[in-house]
Design a protein around this ligand. Structure first.
Ligand SMILES: Nc1nc2c(c(=O)[nH]1)N[C@H]1C(S)=C(S)[C@@H](COP(=O)(O)O)O[C@H]1N2
Ligand SMILES: [Mo]
Length: 311
């Protein structure tokens, strides 16, 4: 699925003309033509995958090394407060395994060392956040298609869901979340509600001596009936198999920093920033995301953003 270099070098030259797109608040998204675009999935997943393999897939612009932003703004969660994640950081992610499951014939777990042995892709791309800023960065990682091919999708597979380590806010009634979430990030303290995309550092991290209060809820919420809501995202199979869709473990030539989603973050280059899930712990292939979170396909989608965040 990796494109020949010739196409990429062609794109390297073509990017300057595009200029910067100024993206306003999410209320403006509705006016954009790509906001209303929908993608139709085929009746049969295998046929669907075949079709898209035969389709010429448009690549997002790729840039030159000299275009890389000297400072890439971290956004949203920058330091997950979750206890299980902090334990992973402490061990420098030794023992971390990405889980791939759901509607697949061969679910598996894979270590970071083994992920690095798989074919890799490096791309220099522009990240556009709906808050109105853009940065150019270089990402290296494993194409998602490599992992999906290895897992072998079942015929009813339609979407790929990325479950992340970071708690965004306290949930509503327990049972609204996937009760089977027993992954490495399953036990976590609650964090402050994320009204905008940038979490305020204060209040997200339990103070000394407070760390045992796993059920502590923001004031007003009932600790007995809430569960932490973690970031998640989803894509359809067109975007999942796109050659620039990678799980990145390196940024600008270095190991991916915590602020940008260590140990693994999604790069989905034809999509807006909020689709680029950081701190990916588990990948789940599903037929529908109706039963996950509030059923809209992602944390920000559940807050009202469009599920299709294509640019
Ligand atoms: N797990 C997780 N992924 C996330 C977010 C987040 O808060 N948590 N924020 C999203 C948003 S809104 C943006 S713009 C990008 C920011 O990526 P960066 O921190 O590398 O700039 O991550 C996206 N992915
Ligand atoms: Mo964003």
């Amino acid at each position: 699925m990796i494109r020949p270099a010739s196409r990429r070098s062609f794109l390297l030259g073509a990017t300057g003309a595009l200029g910067a797109t100024v993206l306003g608040g999410c209320d403006r998204l509705g006016e954009m033509p790509w906001f209303k675009r929908t993608l139709k999935t085929g009746e049969d997943a295998n046929l669907f995958v075949q079709r898209l393999l035969l389709t010429d897939t448009t690549l997002a612009p790729e840039y030159a090394e000299s275009d890389i932003s000297p400072f890439f703004k971290p956004n949203g969660t920058e330091d997950p407060p979750d206890k299980a994640y902090k334990a992973l950081v402490k061990r420098k992610f030794a023992g971390f395994e990405l889980a791939v499951g759901g509607l697949v014939e061969k679910p598996f777990k894979i270590s970071l060392a083994d992920l690095r042995k798989l074919p890799a892709r490096t791309q220099i791309t522009r990240h556009d956040c709906v808050e109105g800023w853009s940065c150019i960065g270089k990402w290296t990682g494993v194409p998602l298609s490599e992992l999906l091919q290895r897992a072998v999708l079942k015929p009813n597979a339609r979407y790929v869901v990325f479950h992340c380590a970071d708690t965004m806010d306290q949930g509503e009634a327990s049972g609204s979340l996937d009760a089977e979430d027993d992954g490495p990030a399953a036990e976590a303290p609650a964090a402050s509600p994320n009204a905008d995309m940038t979490k305020k550092a204060a209040g997200t991290e339990p103070a000394k001596g407070e760390t045992d209060q796993q059920d502590a809820a923001p004031s007003g919420a009932d600790a007995d009936t809430t569960e932490p809501v973690r970031f998640y995202e989803s894509v359809d199979l067109v975007d999942a198999y796109h050659p620039q869709t990678i799980l990145a473990y390196e940024m600008n030539g270095n190991t991916l920093p915590v602020a940008h989603g260590a140990p693994l973050r999604l790069r989905l280059e034809r999509n807006l920033g909020y689709k680029q899930a950081k701190y990916v712990m588990r990948i789940e292939v599903v037929e529908s995301f109706a039963e996950i979170g509030d059923g809209k396909g992602g944390y920000w989608e559940d807050q009202g953003y469009a599920w299709y965040g294509g640019i």
